[in-house]
Design a protein around this ligand. Structure first.
Ligand SMILES: [Fe+2]
Length: 368
């Protein structure tokens, strides 16, 4: 299987041949390499008005995401308090997310899925998994009914962890006894789910942590025994976990996470599924940070409407003078042939800019 870095290099080499060596950046400077020097605390306010190349304002998506978080928090509180699952709210949220991805082929809602809820990651994790798995399922052409089941199961799959909040927040490696306790959570999640939802949904919930080599849990099922919808959620769940912080580790960048997923081929996931997942995210997933040929650093904010994975929609977040740009226009790289992506940003810069992909309350800089 080709390495991720080779995929990037091959694509960029091909792309670079078709693009002039020099271009003009959004801030009017000549092309130069990115990197070198600390990112300044000076803020470049950027242009006053965004031309709004994306049809909908992101406020609507932020509202949808925040509604999702509210449903997650209320369902979690309900389960903790021993109440019956509020299945109607879960279904309603799942349907809204499904409709969003059927309608918006640019997948802009994915940008919100980089958020992590404060104190306890569980509520954002449930919502993020719904968003990621639905977007992935729609990209593969699954039918509406299947996608709806996947959305609901994604929301429910970790409710069994609620009773284990202590274990969920453990900072070090889990002891054997603790890990065997965690391994029971898909069964508990299914117990919660089955009072309201059908067998198809419960099957996805119980199979999320199974792996193709039979070393997953709770039952050690193997590849062919797993529902196709379960494996979609499994890989989306792993990507979400890796790209978000946990009590015992920092988040990994989207690029690092994809490399780790590639290394799981043949054990956790079959290689065809991994290929499909990378085709879906591209090597520049929405929310990832990359260098532009202009020397600016950009964030990928939406897929290309023309479905060109190497030329997504981006916004500049750090200009080539190393200043954070407070408000910048969305650039459709499929239409702007003078600009192109040069590669994911360095780990050290990713750490400096982590506030961009780990926003608190979705600040202005995160909007477009
Ligand atoms: Fe999960």
């Amino acid at each position: 299987m080709p390495r991720l870095i080779d995929i990037i290099t091959n694509n960029l080499t091909r792309r670079n041949k078709a693009v002039p060596e020099k271009g003009v950046s959004q801030t009017g400077s000549e092309t130069r390499d990115a990197g070198g020097g600390m990112i300044s605390r000076d803020i470049d306010p950027g242009p006053k008005e965004s031309p709004g190349q994306i049809p909908e304002p992101s406020d609507r998506l932020i509202l949808l995401y925040n509604d999702g978080l509210a449903v997650a928090e209320s369902v979690i509180a309900g389960v903790v308090g021993g109440a019956d699952l509020d299945g109607a709210s879960v279904t309603n949220l799942a349907e809204k997310v499904v409709e969003e991805f059927i309608r918006d082929t640019c997948n802009s809602l994915l940008l919100c899925s980089y958020y992590t809820s404060k104190n306890d990651y569980l509520s954002s994790h449930l919502v993020n998994d719904v968003i990621l798995s639905v977007a992935f399922g729609v990209s593969l052409g699954f039918g509406r009914e299947d996608i709806s089941k996947l959305a609901v199961a994604s929301f429910l799959h970790d409710l069994g962890m609620i009773a284990d909040s202590g274990l969920r927040m453990v900072r070090g490696k889990l002891k054997d006894k603790e890990f065997s306790q965690i391994k029971k959570h898909p069964i508990v999640s299914t117990e919660i789910a089955k009072k309201y939802f059908n067998d198809d949904i419960c099957r996805i919930v119980i199979e999320v942590h199974e792996r193709v080599d039979g070393k997953g849990y709770p039952y050690g099922k193997m590849d062919r025994e797993l529902s196709p919808l379960s494996v979609l959620l499994s890989i989306s769940d792993v990507f979400e976990s890796l790209t978000h912080p946990r009590a015992f580790r920092e988040r990994f960048s989207a690029y690092e996470s994809l490399k780790m997923i590639i290394s799981m081929g043949g054990r956790d996931f079959n290689n065809a599924l991994i290929r499909d997942f990378i085709n879906f995210t591209s090597v520049y997933p929405i929310g990832s940070l990359a260098y532009l040929n202009t020397g600016d650093i950009c964030m990928v904010v939406a897929r290309s409407p023309e479905n060109n994975p190497m030329r997504p929609m981006v916004k500049i977040v750090v200009n080539n003078k190393r200043q954070v740009v407070a408000r910048s226009t969305v650039i459709d790289l499929a239409k702007n042939q003078l600009m192109y992506l040069k590669g994911p940003i360095k780990k050290s810069e990713e750490e400096e800019l982590v506030f961009l992909v780990q926003p608190r309350g979705f600040p202005e800089i995160f909007r477009y």
